[in-house]
Design a protein around this ligand. Structure first.
Ligand SMILES: Cc1cc2nc3c(=O)[nH]c(=O)nc-3n(C[C@H](O)[C@H](O)[C@H](O)COP(=O)(O)O)c2cc1C
Length: 182
């Protein structure tokens, strides 16, 4: 099963267009998680207490845990996120907070190191940026580190198109070129 984590916002999203081309190439049906449509619970102290109680008793029957379960079960993961403020939309970080569940997506070794419990062998990260100053540290770099260290997904691939908002640039041509490479 392919899981498509869609953090795109605009109806004309270039990031989504590239992700769609990738999903078509991957050729299987996919489950889409459109982050904008999700009302994540507020991570209040009470909520964290409830969540910890479930984790301690290994009771993941609450549908809240479905996002984490789907993530852990997927064979391939495609994350699409525009480059915002040197990283990605906050809703993607929110999603990560809710899928990083001890006992579902990862666990800790006796030495205190995370060990991945995810099934996926491959994670694609699709992004577009307006400019050409696109350090990967806080966006793709963060996702790659999470995938490798927390989820146990070794094969992490970046697909990107940058410089799309530079005055006079043919953004469509850049997006087209990126899609052709896929
Ligand atoms: C809130 C916000 C923050 C952004 N921050 C950056 C940024 O830090 N660097 C950059 O190059 N572009 C930035 N951009 C431009 C987007 O990365 C660019 O327009 C991107 O292609 C949008 O993707 P989309 O077409 O999928 O919506 C930002 C855009 C928005 C709306």
């Amino acid at each position: 099963m392919i899981l498509f984590v869609n953090a795109c916002v605009r109806s004309e999203s270039r990031t989504k267009k590239i992700a769609d081309a990738l999903l078509k190439k991957l050729g299987e049906n996919y489950i889409e998680v459109k982050l904008e449509d999700i009302e994540f619970p507020k991570t209040t102290e009470d909520f964290l207490h409830y969540r910890d109680t479930c984790i301690e008793s290994r009771d993941f029957s609450d549908s809240y845990f479905d996002y984490a379960q789907d993530f852990a079960r997927a064979d391939t993961i495609v994350i699409a996120a525009p480059y915002w403020d040197l990283s990605f939309p906050a809703v993607l970080k929110q999603y990560i907070e809710h899928i990083n569940v001890l006992g579902i997506t990862f666990e800790y070794t006796a030495e205190g190191f995370p060990r991945g419990l995810c099934n996926a062998k491959k994670l694609y990260y699709v992004m577009t940026a307006g400019g050409n100053y696109v350090p990967g540290k806080f966006g793709f770099g963060y996702i790659k580190t999470l995938a490798e260290s927390f989820y146990g997904i070794e094969d992490v691939e970046l697909i990107k198109a940058v410089g799309l908002d530079i005055y006079g640039t043919d953004a469509d041509a850049i997006v087209r070129e990126c899609i052709e490479k896929i």
